[in-house]
Design a protein around this ligand. Structure first.
Ligand SMILES: Cc1cc2nc3c(=O)[nH]c(=O)nc-3n(C[C@H](O)[C@H](O)[C@H](O)COP(=O)(O)O)c2cc1C
Ligand code: SF4
Ligand code: FES
Length: 603
């Protein structure tokens, strides 16, 4: 593609797909309260590119040039954006693409064998291709796959557990694989708070949601008033469930105090941390709860426009959320006059396109604004200057859903759940070598042992070798450290982190060095490349690890380990964002805590 001279025209179907997406701009038809957009339509760049690719399978030169022209974005600039996202392709691709997960939880459940089979048995299929993928957020139904079919409806399917036969059938286009069933080990459990409606309520019916207590919390919020809601959230001591554990009430208070308008709310549903799938379960199973809790947050903080930024590999979550948004709007529960109270708030979904870094809160701003999803320097913090330079609340899906109970029961009552420093219920994504992988809700304070018991223990009665807490950005503990309490303070005391709630179990048959190599490759792939410590450090880290694991160190293993430490320290101290700062955590814990690289430990 010669970016200085884009001469190709889009085909009629590409033009139609792009026009439909660009015409469908809520900022223009009055349902979108986003004055901060100004006159620029650049924020539609990613949706327009996604629309073109969904129609024909890739972004052709004609489609690319047409999008650039319509949005007045220089082609060189737009090229930088299009090439940033793994799910977008500027190269011709067949219409049918199967993304097969080869990440660590799926490897515990046969992903390597599945991929070896596909390598053996598939060749140049007509109109189809398969690619390896990082974690698809379906680790409870591993091994997982994500199918995209250009020009069809539905155009995307996430499914699992997938067999080689099913993968070949999906590639051949004989049938679209059946949508998987939700795996909900605790469905209908009496003590559930966050998951109480999941698997019980009809996610497509607003009436059913209302019959199960829906929208009582918003009513109560209006009675409390905006300041009253924030007071309850402060009293609850709720902390963010997206990984950073920041106090939610303080964030809301800070946005509510800002003089600038408009203010924005982003529900962070990017969920791409390997091993994490709790937000998917909430969005698919109880989508109205996400919309209602966003509405309460918006009311309390004075945000008039909300976005749900959902990872691109979650088509069912997108479909159900869109259904919930449309139904809520049709009944006056979103729009210009919520419940007749004169309050305005509306929500738009934005889909990610295969970039882990876009879960970082400031990277989301750039992604929605139509730029590469690169994190911004902080300060300024999002509460002052976030999306479109305006005050912005960013909260994780699970954090927001907690607010429903807080508003209904009161912050003080909520704070009595869990421990004094880690209040409330918590969702954990238990996966890997366990009998019943899934999302489990427990009160903070349960131990690893309790959680493992809920999940039926290690599969096949094997011994736990190690447990990865917090995902790739987290750390390993040994298989005999099951009494660690799953609280922020308990994790801190044990020198680990809960992160986004991943509990990934590896039994004694798993080859941990290959798991570490996969984690190192993940960070190397996902680094946005903006800052040197992370861009170079993640590459050097992978190289050093590979030398140690293959037994071909340049000097001694001790010297390689010292080098790994040095690289890790540089990434931690000097990286712009959490990706670089955490990229060494799991490897360091394997070296220190599991003593994996000591004499005789490497197989
Ligand atoms: C590389 C990276 C990826 C992240 N991915 C997510 C994510 O997928 N979902 C999420 O809620 N937070 C994610 N975060 C954390 C967000 O930056 C932010 O702290 C969070 O969305 C705030 O919401 P909370 O306070 O409700 O947790 C990520 C952070 C980093 C550094
Ligand atoms: S730490 Fe890594 S991911 Fe974060 S801004 Fe720097 S290069 Fe990008
Ligand atoms: S879906 Fe494969 S590791 Fe998560």
């Amino acid at each position: 593609m010669d970016l200085r001279q884009l001469e190709a025209e889009p085909t009629a179907e590409e033009r139609e797909a792009i026009d439909a997406r660009l015409g469908d701009d809520p900022a223009r038809d009055g349902t979108h309260f986003a004055a901060g957009f100004g006159r620029s339509r650049r924020h539609l760049l990613l949706p327009a590119l996604q629309a073109a690719q969904a129609r024909v399978g890739f972004i052709s030169e004609g489609a690319f040039g047409y999008v650039c022209k319509r949005l007045e974005v220089p082609p060189a600039d737009a090229h930088g954006v299009a090439t940033f996202y793994a799910l977008l392709s500027l190269e011709p691709r067949p219409p049918r693409v199967l993304h097969v997960c080869d990440d660590i939880a799926c490897r515990c459940r046969g992903a390597n064998e599945l991929i070896a089979d596909l390598e053996r048995t598939t060749g140049d299929e007509n109109g189809a291709a398969w690619l390896r993928s990082p974690c698809l957020g379906l680790c409870d139904q591993a091994p997982a796959a994500f199918l995209t079919v250009a020009g069809q409806s539905p155009a995307e399917r996430l499914f699992g557990p997938v067999t080689a036969e099913q993968a070949r059938a999906a590639l051949a286009g004989d049938t679209l694989p059946e949508m998987r069933r939700q795996r909900l080990p605790q469905a209908g459990g009496p003590s559930l708070r966050l998951l109480k409606r999941v698997g019980v309520v009809d996610p497509g019916s607003l009436d059913d949601y209302l019959a199960h207590g829906g929208y009582l919390a918003l009513r109560r919020a209006f009675e409390l008033g905006a300041e009253g809601v924030i007071r309850e959230v402060l009293d609850s001591k709720l902390t963010g469930r997206g990984g950073a554990a920041f106090p939610t009430g303080r964030k809301w208070e800070a946005v509510a105090r800002q003089p600038a308008r408009p203010r924005y709310l982003i529900c962070n549903a990017d969920e791409s941390e390997p091993g994490t799938f709790k937000d998917r379960v909430l969005m698919e199973g109880d989508p109205f709860a996400v919309v209602e809790s966003m509405t309460i947050c918006a009311y309390a903080t004075g945000c008039e426009q909300g976005f749900v930024y959902v990872r691109g590999e979650y088509p069912l979550a997108v479909e159900r959320l869109q259904g919930a948004i449309d139904a809520a709007r049709a009944r006056g529960l979103l729009g210009g006059d919520l419940m007749g109270r004169g309050v305005r708030f509306d929500v738009e979904i934005r889909k990610g396109a295969g970039a882990y870094i876009c879960g970082e809160e400031t990277a989301i701003f750039n992604s929605i604004e139509g730029f590469r999803g690169e994190p911004r320097n902080k300060p300024p913090f999002p509460v002052e200057s976030g999306l479109f330079g305006k005050p912005t609340v960013v909260n994780n899906v699970e954090t927001l859903v907690n607010v429903l109970g807080i508003v209904l029961e009161g912050g003080a009552a909520y704070a009595r759940i869990g421990t004094p420093q880690s209040t409330g219920p918590k969702l954990f994504c238990v996966c890997g070598c366990v009998e019943r992988p899934g999302v489990y809700e427990v009160a903070f304070g349960a131990t690893l042992r309790d959680l493992l018991a809920l999940a039926g223990g290690v599969a096949g009665d094997r011994k736990p070798q190690a447990i990865l807490l917090g995902g790739a950005a987290g750390a390993f503990v040994r298989g005999d450290e099951l009494d660690i309490p799953l609280t922020f303070e308990g994790a801190r005391a044990a020198g680990v982190t809960l992160g986004s709630g991943v509990v990934m179990v590896f039994d004694d048959s798993v080859d941990l060095p290959s798991v570490l190599l996969r984690i190192a490759a993940f960070f190397r792939d996902e680094s946005c490349g903006q800052c040197v410590p992370c861009r170079v450090g993640t590459v050097r880290q992978e190289e050093a690890l590979l030398r140690i694991v293959t037994g071909r160190p340049r000097g001694s293993t001790t010297a390689e380990l010292a080098l790994l430490d040095e690289i890790g320290r540089a990434m931690k101290d000097a990286s712009i964002c959490g990706l670089g700062q955490t990229a060494y955590g799991a490897i360091e814990s394997a070296a220190r805590r599991l003593r994996l690289f000591e004499e005789g430990k490497l197989r």
